[in-house]
Design a protein around this ligand. Sequence first.
Ligand SMILES: NC(=O)c1ccc[n+]([C@@H]2O[C@H](COP(=O)([O-])OP(=O)(O)OC[C@H]3O[C@@H](n4cnc5c(N)ncnc54)[C@H](OP(=O)(O)O)[C@@H]3O)[C@@H](O)[C@H]2O)c1
Length: 272
Amino acid sequence: MRTAVLVIAALLATASLPALSQAADAVKPVVLITGANRGIGLELVRQYSALDWKIIATVRDVPGATDLQVLAKADPDITVEKLDVTDHAAVDALALQYKDQPIDVLLSNAGKTPRYMSAMKGVTTIDYEEAMNSYRINALGPAKLVAAFLPQVQKSGQKKIAVISSKAGSFAEGPQMAMMYEYRASKAALNMIVHTLGYETAKKSVIIAAISPGSVDTKPVKGELGYGSNFKQPGAGQPGDSVAGIIKVIAGLTPAQNGEFLDYKDGRVIPW
Ligand SMILES: NC(=O)c1ccc[n+]([C@@H]2O[C@H](COP(=O)([O-])OP(=O)(O)OC[C@H]3O[C@@H](n4cnc5c(N)ncnc54)[C@H](OP(=O)(O)O)[C@@H]3O)[C@@H](O)[C@H]2O)c1
């Protein structure tokens, strides 16, 4: 009798090993990050990977995302997906692909950064094509992402949406000078979209917040900004510090912060 009990116990123990590992997998929180191939997005992947999260990392150019591929090779919990946030059909298709996947943190990071060489000049130098592209990517891109993925966030444990914005889009704390019309207007529009979304997310027990990452030395991408490769963005911090702050702010998000614009350093509310 005693032997039979021991045999059954041993069988149960071995049979439950894969089930246990699946159970452990099932409780890993999931984050979806856009623009994950470089800059702040790539660092977000690195740090969430170190925290043992499951990561859906989206990029415009999968084969070209070589730094991200290195991370994905070392961590089977990183899945790389193709996504241009201005391609709304592609956003819908990805949301359909992940329709049964709870997403604890939807992290809208992809953005069109300003062209510094022209950014410092006045109203006569506005590049209207650049302005429309900035609006499509920086403001409408996150709005579409939220529209498509809100059900997956709603069915998750943490129910959070973080949208990387910029103080450049704040009337109160942005630079008090004429510069970067294209970028600043797109981020101000984004802030309004997040504020407005807050009224919808509140009803679904989801928390959304815009987050300023501070000034971060993620540049230059050769040719994009017109500077040489040894250019350092004045006063900029390192991606590692900014991202550690962003992740901490997201981890501590409360319903009282829903629809707000927060600083990566301490979660302080940044006035619009
Ligand atoms: N760095 C700063 O000082 C700073 C300050 C304030 C706010 N931010 C914000 O922080 C976020 C990340 O900035 P970053 O410094 O890491 O910028 P970055 O190095 O220029 O990276 C931008 C990322 O966005 C992606 N992206 C651009 N257009 C896209 C589109 N249509 N669809 C999908 N992805 C697209 C880029 O992909 P590709 O490689 O394919 O172009 C890249 O992965 C942005 O929203 C930015 O506005 C940055």
